[in-house]
Design a protein around this ligand. Structure first.
Ligand SMILES: CC(=O)N[C@H]1[C@@H](OP(=O)(O)OP(=O)(O)OC[C@H]2O[C@@H](n3ccc(=O)[nH]c3=O)[C@H](O)[C@@H]2O)O[C@H](CO)[C@@H](O)[C@@H]1O
Ligand SMILES: C=C(OP(=O)(O)O)C(=O)O
Length: 431
């Protein structure tokens, strides 16, 4: 296990560059096995989820090579392999191998995915989609076994119960090579869905309407990658650095941003009174003055992202007066960070899944734990704001999705170190 050690209170300034989107990358890597030719992905973030997906590719004899920000994947010698356990549990997005294997081989055996501890995360809509395409789905010994009929998958109209990102992407991957037309109604509209559709269309797929709530897919025989694909910037990483810049920045420019992807987030940050200048693909966040308290409700895109609910929380603590309210409608139980923030002196509580935030003059360092990726991001910002030393245990969760985070924070002037946690629990508490 890793831990992040922060000596807080240093004003940060300078420039930071946002990496490729985790939630695109973790779909595009499994989707690469749909190609009969080698795939090149550019702008790939250095995150643990990518390493784990490369290990899973390796189990299928798919070679991959990651150099700087370029990931080359060669699926030419792929063998259809069951992926029952192991690395499958290390991340949520391993479920994309269900759709990808089904699309490529008409069969998938994949263990139940892992991922963040943020409350229940059913995959019934993914399964409903595979079944609508004609597949038989069985659940045996913690594994999902999905089999296409002998004459292959066929197109269908699928109405999702909610705009699920994972179900939308998985159904796209399974249906790109199905016979006939598939329509996904009430599809998720996240920018990462458009990125997946662009990637697959450039390999010969016919996907229309990505980014709207009705996606139409005409099945094609096979896909062949021809040109490198550049992954869109990570809007969640960008939002995290915007919050950090507003909390403790002395003027920070954040590069490689698609501002439109952050509209609902920027609206809330600006409602608090943070001043931001937007350039073509960068934002400059001015040192914040007296900020107003706000209320936030997370929602599916283009609403306020659940993944930014925790990173913005430390900013609410800096407001001068009033009571802030945060309601996470996507994951109502995504509140594990609150108890940790309280250890740092934050005036914050949860009542009936509603987070109530009150102004807090000064946070202090503490030993805390990152229960999941965005809780980790929240604690990282809090640690940078706090007086004294903060130790974030389970920092592996931060490394799951934050590209070269130690390097980026140090470049802004932070005193931060990521190291192996001591084996001995007592020593861990002493740090
Ligand atoms: C790898 C990835 O891209 N992860 C993102 C993706 O997760 P993920 O794709 O798993 O999230 P979904 O969009 O599927 O989930 C949205 C909501 O639908 C529910 N649901 C979903 C599927 C299903 O079959 N049944 C069901 O009930 C979920 O419990 C949740 O309440 O979108 C989430 C919501 O924006 C983000 O927090 C995650 O960062
Ligand atoms: C919940 C998240 O990730 P995952 O779906 O990969 O667990 C996240 O990125 O905030």
């Amino acid at each position: 296990m890793k831990q992040m050690i922060i000596h807080g209170g240093k004003p940060l300034q300078g420039d930071v560059w946002i990496g490729g989107a985790k939630n695109s990358t973790v779909a595009l890597i499994p989707a690469s096995i749909l190609s009969r030719t080698p795939v090149t992905l550019e702008g790939v973030p250095r995150i643990a989820d990518v390493d784990n997906l490369m290990d899973l590719l390796n189990e299928m004899d798919v070679e991959s090579d990651f150099h700087e920000t370029t990931l080359r994947i060669n699926p030419e010698h792929i063998k259809m392999s069951p992926l029952p356990t192991g690395k499958i549990k290390s991340l949520r997005a391993s479920y994309y191998f269900m759709g990808a294997l089904l699309g490529r081989f008409g069969k998938a055996i994949v263990g139940f995915p892992g991922g963040d501890d943020i409350g229940p995360r059913p995959i019934d809509q993914h399964i409903k989609g595979f079944e609508a395409l004609g597949a038989c789905v069985k659940n045996k010994n913690d594994q999902i076994i999905i089999t296409a009929p002998e004459d292959g998958l066929h197109g269908a109209t699928i109405h999702l119960k909610m705009p699920s990102v994972g179900a939308t992407m998985n159904i796209i991957m399974a249906s790109v090579t199905a016979k006939g037309q598939t329509i996904i109604d009430d599809a998720a509209k996240e920018p990462e869905i458009i990125d997946l559709a662009t990637f697959l269309n450039n390999m010969g797929a016919t996907i229309r309407g990505a980014g709207t709530d009705s996606i139409r897919i005409e099945g094609v025989k096979e896909l062949r990658a021809q040109a490198p694909h550049t992954i869109i910037p990570d809007r969640i990483e960008a939002g995290t650095y915007i919050s950090l810049a507003a909390c403790i920045g002395n003027g920070i420019r954040i590069h490689n941003i698609i501002e439109e992807h952050l509209d609902s987030y920027l609206a809330k940050v600006e409602e608090m009174g943070v001043v931001i200048d937007a350039d073509e693909d960068s934002l400059y966040v001015y040192p914040a003055g007296a900020l107003k308290m706000i209320q936030i409700k997370t929602a599916a895109y283009p609403g306020f992202a659940t993944d930014l609910q925790q990173p913005i929380t430390p900013l609410l603590l800096t407001a001068k007066k009033g009571e802030g309210v945060i309601i996470d409608q996507i994951y109502p139980k995504r509140t594990g960070h609150i108890a940790q923030l309280r250890k740092m002196g934050a005036n914050i509580k949860v009542e009936d899944n509603i987070i109530l935030v009150h102004p807090t003059k000064q946070l202090h360092g503490a030993v805390v734990s990152a229960g999941e990726i965005r809780a980790g991001a929240c604690l990282m910002i809090a640690g940078l704001m706090a007086k004294g030393k903060t130790v974030i245990n389970n920092a592996d969760n931060i490394l799951r999705g934050y590209d070269r985070v130690q390097e980026k924070l140090r470049q802004l002037g932070a005193d931060v170190k990521i190291q192996d946690a001591p084996d001995n629990k007592d020593e861990e508490e002493k740090v």
